[in-house]
Ligand binder design. Sequence first.
Ligand code: NAD
Length: 448
Amino acid sequence: MQDKKFSVVIAGGGSTFTPGIVMMLLAHQDRFPLRQIKFYDNDPDRQKIVADACEIIIRERAPQIKFLATTDPETAFTDIDFVLAHIRVGKYEMRSKDEKIPLKYGVLGQETCGPGGIAYGMRSIGGVVEIVHYMEKYSPNAWMLNYSNPAAIVAEATRRLCPNSRILNICDMPIDIEGKMAQIAGRESLHDIEWKYFGLNHFGWWTSIKDKKTGEDLMPKIRDYVWKHGYNLKYIKGDAGVQHVDPSWQVTFEMVKGFAPLDPNTLPNTYLKYYLCQDDVVAHSDIKHTRTDEVIEGREKEVFTECRRIAAAGTAKETSFVVDAHAVYIVDLATAIAYNTKANMLLIVPNEGAIENFDPTAMVEIPCLVGSDGPEPLVVGKIPQFQKGMMEQQVSVEKLTVDAWIEHSYLKLWQALTLSKTVPSAKVAKLILDDLIEANKDFWPELK
Ligand code: NAD
């Protein structure tokens, strides 16, 4: 393709996802050639574990790419074309509290949904906005591809606080589900299907799935399967369908069958289980062992053990790290900007009339054509009353959370928690909020 080689910084270099993303970037050098990869993190020790291994991987596989890892913003963000941002403010220690505090009161505890998502949002806003400011100070022409969660709250905050910034908010969950839908429909991969989708982040529905070449409507076949088995591929692929899928995710994929029939004309995102099967989710939860514990014992342990092994061996020739296939969307998005490809991608953007009967200021997740000037949202039209009602409630939760962060308002945050479909009453919302304030005092603005 073009001669230009790009420079990227991965913000949140110490993330467990970083090695898979580096492997993915190296595998796509033909269409997204790099001259430099930098890591940036505010935890030098955590980042070093990942960086020491990735330095070896890059040196062995693509020695032409310069590499450095730093905690200094100026070094990290100078001479950059793209910021790939996946930070977790408060790390797993705080994620664990987001999950366990609501459960104490019989309310589900989750990273991005319900009270846990609100708490994480209140931590993330400052961290993500800080990175936008570093990018604009040191590389004003760069673009930030942000997949730090909770993406819905972060996107609403950047819309308000950095309205002219070159930031694209994207999520990998719909892409993962589209891959599953393609397999359910007997297609090879998600590249064989085309789709239509609308909603908020972690809160949306597909309205059309078609074969890309023939235009065949694949919704009936996928719907039949999903109503019986959810998106669990076990029933078509046996054990191979659930290989590398943590037990809690298998439950999540299966649970979709309980609420998908609410609307025969659409297929839901898995995350809707937190709003439509709250009681089942709480019943399946163990306050002593939540998803964070599963990640610490699983993904984090595996990734860090392999990083340390590579660093000690001084070579990554035998590494078990593989290309993170889900993360290919990052290259798709970067090349869309770099080469004006007008790729059709699902992004979190201001509605501005794309969904005709919905708040124009809401950050919605809808298909966009992406080119050098950024995303051009496609028209969705009118959405049904059921989805509209749910989305109005949820978008208000997200907006009130951002209000609370900006205004330092206890009242707005209490309203946000009370309005969440996951919380039964204002009283319970207040009990959870007061515990969350205590737990987050090093991260949240002081609320008045
Ligand atoms: P992780 O804890 O392994 O890594 C996050 C890193 O961010 C840590 O090294 C931490 O030190 C660093 N960090 C925290 N605050 C920072 C700040 N202010 N500045 C710089 N670095 C900071 O977390 P993870 O499980 O790899 O997840 C990372 C993020 O990616 C989370 O927000 C997660 O929800 C998100 N995620 C998004 C998608 C998506 O497609 N949207 C998919 C998976 C994960």
